[in-house]
Structures are given as C-alpha cells and as structure tokens.
Ligand binder design. Structure first.
Ligand code: UD1
Length: 384
C-alpha cells in the first residue's frame, strides 16, 4: 500500500508526527510494508513556523515540497491543487491522508478525489457552525469527500451522522495531537521558563523579568476575526495592557499575522512597551508545552491549545464565539470557556477564571495511542 500524507501549516505537524511513527512501527513488524511519502505544501515556511517543528518532533524531511507560501485563500488552495495534482499523477498512491482543517487539507483532499485516490481525514467531524471561518469551509468540504473519517471524539461522530455519513466510513479513534503531547511531555517539563523566554524574546532592548516565582498567563491570537479589525483588536489590547497586566505577567508568543496587524493599527509599540507583557517570537512545541504546564491562565483563539489545556488542566479563555471542539468546554468537563472578542465579556470571565485551580481531564481515547488506530483503520478499510 502506498500512502501520501500532507502537511501545510504549523498545527499539522504535531498531528502527522505520530502517524509517521505508527507507519514505521508497522513496517518494522509486518511483512506487508506501507510505502509512505510526506508532502509539505509550504503554506508555513518560516523556520519558527515549520522547520523547528520537524526537528523537535523528529519528523523526517518532507519527500516533496510544493513551495506554495503565503497568499489569499484562493491563491494558496489553487496553487496547492495545481502542484499536488502533478504529485498524484507521478506517484499514484492508494491513499492521501490529510489532517486538521488548514488550506492544505482542503486543497489536497479535493485534488485526490479528482484523481480517484482514496482520502482519509484525521480529525474529521469537528464543526464550529460558523461558515465565515475559513477552517469550517475546509472541514466541510474535506469531510464530504473523504472515504475514511477518523474522529477525535463522539460529538464529532454525531456531527457526521447528522450530515449523512456513517457506517464504516466513520471511525472514532481519539485525538492524535495528544499522542504527541504524551510523547513529548517528559522533555518539556525540564525546560527552564526564564531560559525559554530569553531564547525566544521579541524585545531585545527590554529587560526580561525573572518570573521563576511569579504567576503568569499565556496568550496566543491569530484568527482573522480577532486580529484583522482595529475596532475588535484595540479593546482587547487595552484590556491586556491594563487589567490583565495588573494581576500577572502575560507571555505572548506572537503570530506573524498579529504582528502585521498590530503594526498597521499603530498598536505594536503599546504592546511592546507594556511592562508585564512579554512578547516572544512564535515558539517551539516543547516551549509552548512547558509554558502551558505552569500557566495560571491561557487566553487563546487556537483550537489545538484548547485541547492541550484540557489535558493539562490549564484554565482557558477561548477568544471566540464558537468552537469546533466543544469537548474542551467547561460544560463538557473541559478547561475552557468561550468569551468571544468583546472585552466586557472577556473581563468578566478573566476575573472568574483567575480563581480556578488546574484540573486535568482526559476525554475518551485521548490516550496517546490514536495514531496506531488511524493506521489500522486505513489498513483494514474495504470498499463495497
Ligand atoms: C493557518 C491556518 C489556521 C491555523 C494557523 C496556525 C488556514 C486557513 N489557516 O492560519 O487554521 O490555525 O495556520 O498558525 O489554513 N506567515 C509568515 N510566515 C509563515 C507563514 C505565514 O510570516 O511561515 C504570514 C503570512 O505572510 C500571512 C500570515 O502569516 O500574512 C498568515 O498566514 P496564513 O498561512 O495565511 O494563515 P494563518 O493565519 O497562519
């Protein structure tokens, strides 16, 4: 059997790493070898957004680089389809495996189906219900086309059932990203927080505080709905640099999109010079895991961090009005609460959440063994 798996952007790397390890394990023990090629579309290309993750997670270099780079959605998807079609025609795989919900996921699943190649989607069935979210479009199209839908939780299976997918095309396998978390936890726990701040610091001219005995929060923000509009982003920045900073240090590994927008709104200097806000470059997997392990609070609009906070138990404010990952919410036993991007609502929940203790939770099958179940499902798949 020949499998091509696809990565494009940062959140894909921690999902594909365990899958590749599962293939290696299979090939070491079975006579029926799986031939595997890794394709990197190149949507994320900076070392800090891409190569560092390959090294940290021991992902072998991609066999094929499509070199797509930045652009509008149509440019990224269109260019990826053109290049990936050539790969499929040359390599003729039995399966294309896509993960998550980025533009690479959509582009490569559509291209594969047009070339009559079977598609397996790992992390299928997540739905935010918000069609304005680019990732929701990617999820809907990918799931509609996939032959094998591997879901991270039971709620995702229900979403797929409501859309008419069921039976052997849908399999509940658990959360593959937690495989990576479990494998890397031990390495992360030994990292020194002051050292990692120093190493990743954005403000070379600002004195970096010693936070060994200080309480700190971590923030990430990159969604267009939060960072692309000044009337939304500015009140959030005001709140962070005033009330949040009064209570604790705020460590903010900042996404390139957020930097670009802060600068264009003339807000970057305000953030940079704020005494308790510690700006970092985008950080590596282990550094983020380490920060998350001891944070008093997480403020984020990332999907993956909501899940990691759930397993690590970090109280989390999700700066979105909806989530495709309801299993991470407090009403389902998780660690996070939706606060949208209205600063009044964020303020209320911030003060409440600061009183909460860490409470780790393990949703069903988030056991570190999902990748093996994914490969098994592909190997056992039979067409009607
Ligand atoms: C993408 C994903 C999103 C994911 C996020 C994680 C889609 C639709 N979105 O959003 O689901 O949560 O990745 O980061 O696929 N840039 C760099 N260096 C890079 C890559 C990008 O500077 O290596 C800049 C680009 O020029 C662009 C901005 O960052 O201005 C955003 O990049 P883009 O690939 O459009 O999407 P993300 O916002 O990162």
């Amino acid at each position: 059997m020949k499998i091509i798996s696809v990565v494009g952007a940062r959140p894909n790397f921690m999902k594909i790493a365990p899958f590749i390890k599962a293939i290696d394990k299979h090939n070491n023990t079975s006579t029926e070898k799986v031939e595997h090629l890794l394709v990197h579309t190149g949507q994320h290309y900076d070392d800090r957004m891409s190569r560092n993750f390959f090294e940290a997670l021991s992902i072998p270099d991609a066999d094929i680089h499509l070199g797509i780079g930045s652009g509008t959605h149509a440019e990224q998807v269109g260019k990826t389809m053109i290049e990936f079609e050539k790969v499929l025609k040359a390599e003729k795989p039995d399966w294309v495996v896509v993960v998550g919900d980025v533009n690479a996921t959509l582009a490569c699943s559509v291209t594969a189906k047009k070339e009559h190649v079977k598609v397996c989607h790992i992390e299928a069935g997540l739905r935010s219900g918000d069609i304005k979210m680019p990732e929701e479009v990617n999820r809907l199209v990918t799931d509609r086309l996939s032959d094998l839908l591997l879901t991270p939780d039971k709620l995702s299976g229900k979403n797929l059932e409501l859309e008419g997918a069921s039976g052997k095309s849908v399999k509940f396998v658990g959360n593959i990203m937690i495989d990576t978390l479990e494998e890397q936890r031990e390495r992360a726990v030994h990292l020194d927080i002051n050292e990692l701040i120093q190493r990743n610091s954005y403000n070379t001219d600002k004195k970096i505080p010693d936070i060994s005995n200080e309480s700190y929060g971590v923030m990430t923000l990159h969604r267009p709905s939060n960072v692309d509009h000044k009337e939304i982003f500015e009140p959030i920045i005001d709140f962070l640099t005033s009330e949040v900073s009064e209570q604790l240090f705020l460590i903010w590994p900042i996404h390139p999109r957020a930097v670009k927008q802060l600068k264009s709104f003339d807000l970057f200097e305000k953030v940079r010079s704020s005494e308790k806000v510690i700006l970092l470059h985008p950080i590596g997997y282990h550094d983020m895991l380490r920060l998350n392990m001891s944070a008093k609070i997480m403020l984020t609009d990332s999907g993956g961090l909501q899940e990691e906070c759930t397993v690590l138990g970090t109280p989390c404010l999700t700066l979105r009005w909806n989530t495709e990952r309801p299993v991470t919410l407090r009403e389902h036993g998780g660690a996070s609460v939706l606060v949208g991007n209205n600063s009044k609502r964020i303020r209320e929940e911030f003060h409440h959440t600061m009183k909460l203790d860490r409470k780790p939770l393990r949703p069903e099958l988030w056991d570190g063994k999902t990748a093996g179940r994914c490969l098994e499902a592909i190997l056992r798949f039979t067409e009607d």
